[in-house]
Design a binder for this molecule. Structure first.
Ligand code: 6GU
Length: 248
């Protein structure tokens, strides 16, 4: 996977992405990352400015089309084709695990990070293939959102997670939240590890974890249960939880 990020803050992207699993995957050649400074493509007569007032008035400034377009052209020239281009904006489709899996199938991805009140719509129409938001709140710019998307996409790229199973059995893959985890010590200030996890009985452990997932999902994200794949035992457990809830 080769990432290209169009941004006004290239150092924020490069520094943010070179840690932990993603940083190691870059060292191993599974991922590459290039942050391209849109300011380097400002019109010479405007010195380094790339923003201007919005037509129609209103607060804030708008990123101009031309510097963004030239930044994109330089990247497309390097790749040799028009790769998928993701514009990070709170007005986009909300990012989720299925989109992360889909983007992980690409060989190249271009990200466009906006600032100010937005980007001139004409260049958005010309170059952007996907408009993506990371949730219902407003950030000051698209950089953190681009990093969130790259992180989630990267861990779906084959080989990035060295423990291959850990990409499967977790929150959202089966539309249930993850069960709680415990490690040493066995006792910490009266709080004990659930006995069943120490039993060595794998079937019981699996069942307990499954039920914890169902319980958490019901408490925290009940809307996820609608698309969750529940078998007969799961549905029975859920019915019990709901029945006990009514008693309370
Ligand atoms: Cl992608 N950009 C900005 N500026 N704010 C956001 C966002 C993106 N997603 C949620 N809030």
């Amino acid at each position: 996977m080769r990432y290209y990020v169009m941004t006004l803050f290239p150092e924020m992207i490069m520094e943010g992405m070179h840690t932990s699993i993603i940083g190691r995957a870059m060292d191993r050649g599974l991922l590459s990352l290039e942050a391209v400074n849109i300011r380097d493509f400002a019109e010479p007569q405007r010195k380094s400015r790339i923003d201007d007032y919005p037509y129609g008035g209103g607060a804030g400034m708008v990123m101009q089309a031309e510097p963004v377009y030239r930044t994109w052209e330089s990247i497309v020239g390097k790749i040799g084709r028009k790769a998928r281009c993701v514009y990070l904006t709170p007005a986009g489709r909300v990012f989720d695990q299925p989109l992360a899996r889909e983007l992980a199938l690409e060989e190249d991805l271009i990200f466009l990070c906006g600032h100010y009140e937005g980007i001139d719509e004409r260049v958005v129409e010309e170059i952007v293939t996907d408009q993506v938001s990371i949730g219902d709140y407003v950030l000051t710019g698209g950089e953190l959102a681009a990093m969130v998307v790259m992180d989630a996409v990267s861990r779906m790229v084959p080989g990035v997670l060295t423990n291959e199973l850990s990409g499967l059995d977790e929150s959202f893959s089966g539309s249930l939240l993850e069960y709680p985890q415990y490690s040493r010590p066995e006792k910490k200030k009266k709080k004990e590890v659930p006995q069943i996890l120490l039993s060595g009985h794998h079937q019981n452990v699996d069942r307990w974890r499954r039920e914890q997932s169902i319980r958490r999902t019901l408490e925290r994200r009940p809307e996820l249960l609608e698309k969750a794949e529940l078998d007969k035992k799961d549905r029975k457990y859920l019915q019990e939880l709901l029945a006990n809830r009514e008693e309370m």
